[in-house]
Design a binder for this molecule. Sequence first.
Ligand SMILES: Nc1ncnc2c1ncn2[C@@H]1O[C@H](COP(=O)(O)OP(=O)(O)O)[C@@H](O)[C@H]1O
Ligand SMILES: [Mg+2]
Length: 356
Amino acid sequence: MPYKEYFKAATEALIVVDRKGHIVEVNRAAEQLFGYLEREFVGQPIELLVPEQFREFHSNHVENYFVAPRTRAMGRGLNLAGRRKDGSEFPVEISLTYASGTQHGDLVVAAIIDISQRLALEQEMRRAETLTSLGTLAAGIAHDLANPLQVIRSRAELLFELPDETPATEMREDHASIRRQAERAGTIIDEFLQLSRQRKMVLAPVDINELVDRALLLIGDQIRKGRINLETRLDRTLPEITGDATALERVLINLLVNARDAMPQGGTVTVESGLLTEQGQWLLLSVADSGPGIPAEALGKVFNLLYTTKASGSGLGLWLSRRIIQEHSGKIEVESEPGKGATFRIRLPVAVGDTA
Ligand SMILES: Nc1ncnc2c1ncn2[C@@H]1O[C@H](COP(=O)(O)OP(=O)(O)O)[C@@H](O)[C@H]1O
Ligand SMILES: [Mg+2]
């Protein structure tokens, strides 16, 4: 099939753009996707199809692109959006193909896919996972509650059996025990409520280094007290990201507390921040310790709900941390060589779009 035919009939929306960022040609799928007719597209700046809040960013992007043009995915994993003629917006994935020296000069063909369905499906899967996880969690809670309730019941029965004239002093120990166990049950329920409360994410610009500073201010002393040497290697030139600072701080604290728990004899914890420019821009935040590390067979389990190897662990920390990072469209991974410590690495998308 001649190129022209292929172009017109492709099921992907294709838009050809010149060096100045003007639309040269579009296919039918693009007309359908954006709701414009071909003649309404042609000659218009490509920003026509970009939601207002990303326009400036996008035009810089186009300029930068032609400085070092190459065929690639645009801002993979980041949240790119398109804007229809009626003003509605939708999430997209875009790949760019570069064609130099055509009759219209240097051109870029942008192939655009509407990914709203895929995103909805992913969200649905995450929700389903949460529900199953909450089921597991509920089973764990029920199990934890059974103990204090058992104690309360047996002590209450003992008290009930006592003769009427028993002096209060003899019952004190039973009363105290009932109170202790009731408090314990209350704590378990509180923790569960905190966890299951669907707190809405509060998105705002976040400076990751500030977040590290704050977390260290909160628990730095506690960590140093355990003869742990705290080192930071922070790239102070990092751009801000969009995220929920409270939730992200919680992730960092979880990782720091785990590092501390892993090194009861002391050691070193290194917190590092940096920029990663593979396929778009990612912010990297890592917490590495010099503890015993994680055995290979446990590596795949540490993020599981209720997985813990500690006598008084909850097995909630890493599970929750991973959820929070996923909600930021990021990734959290662990790497460990037994005997050489563990490193938890977080990647977060820098912004909508990219400037690579
Ligand atoms: N830095 C670390 N070094 C070694 N093991 C770790 C580290 N961080 C986490 N783990 C392992 O992962 C498990 C799960 O961690 P987490 O979800 O935070 O729950 P908890 O801390 O309550 O056990 C821990 O019990 C431990 O076995
Ligand atoms: Mg933990």
